[in-house]
Design a protein around this ligand. Structure first.
Ligand code: PGA
Length: 244
């Protein structure tokens, strides 16, 4: 279960979150928990979760290892802050910051190079869905983000299916719609990287996941977990998603 805080929370709010959240997930050994705060508070979050099984991830990284890239943050920095994961190619990055498949692939490689687990996001817009292009877009994102990876590298990534029309809109994909998309992703993974790698891939669903819809989503065998935005900001609501 991964939480994406996006551009929310200050230092004090980050501390307050973990103070409430940590005791609520003490018994949730059944799943891996990753929280992705904004860059300035990654180290704070790592410190606040020491001794728990919560892992911390970044929401983005630069494809370069270091250099004259004003304002960017690279994989080695994120790793040395104590993070284990990084979200890559979120639809907000694709929409507002011009990220293409090519950039997403470079970032995925950069994350793997330093031992960060990439959570690679794919998903169609409402226009794509209405034009019957859902499957084509998902395949294009999957191919774009993973072509050139070895099966060993592919085995280290997570894919998040996030239909853009469901993000922050309160319109969750039905469990069946999400499961259909996950089947497309898994079939592609099997075909491109072999049956075993495809079977082992973990696919998260994201888009208006809330405490009251998580059970039905997770009842679909195709859905391995969730990438949660809005509902991950509140410790009680994210804990109840984790403990569904
Ligand atoms: P949401 O965001 O849960 O607020 O819809 C999901 C995401 O963008 O990762």
């Amino acid at each position: 279960m991964a939480g994406n805080w996006k551009m929310y929370k200050t230092a004090a709010e980050t501390a307050a979150f973990f103070e409430k959240f940590n005791p609520l997930i003490e018994r949730s050994g059944h799943c891996e928990i990753v929280i992705c705060p904004p860059f300035p508070f990654l180290s704070d979050a790592v410190a606040a979760t020491r001794g728990t099984h919560v892992m911390i991830g970044a929401q983005n990284l630069c494809w370069a290892k270091e250099g004259a890239f004003t304002g960017e943050v690279c994989g080695p920095m994120i790793r040395s802050a104590g993070c284990s994961h990084v979200i890559i190619g979120h639809s907000e990055r694709r929409q507002y910051f011009g990220e293409t498949n090519e950039i997403v692939l470079k970032k995925t490689m950069a994350a793997l190079d330093v031992g960060l687990t990439p959570i690679v996001c794919v998903g169609e817009t409402l226009e794509h869905r209405e034009a019957g292009q859902t499957e084509a877009v998902i395949l294009d994102h999957c191919q774009g983000a993973t072509s050139g990876l070895t099966p060993e590298q592919f085995a280290q990534i997570l894919i998040a299916y996030e239909p853009v029309w469901a993000i922050g809109t309160g319109k969750t994909a039905t469990p069946e719609i999400a499961a259909d998309a996950h089947r497309v992703i898994r079939a592609h993974a099997r075909q491109a990287f072999g049956k075993e790698a495809g079977d082992r891939l973990r696919i998260l669903y994201g888009g208006s996941v809330k405490p009251d819809n998580i059970k039905k989503l997770m009842a679909q065998p195709e859905i391995d977990g969730a990438l949660v935005g809005g509902a991950s900001l509140d410790p009680i609501s994210f804990a109840s998603i984790v403990n569904f």
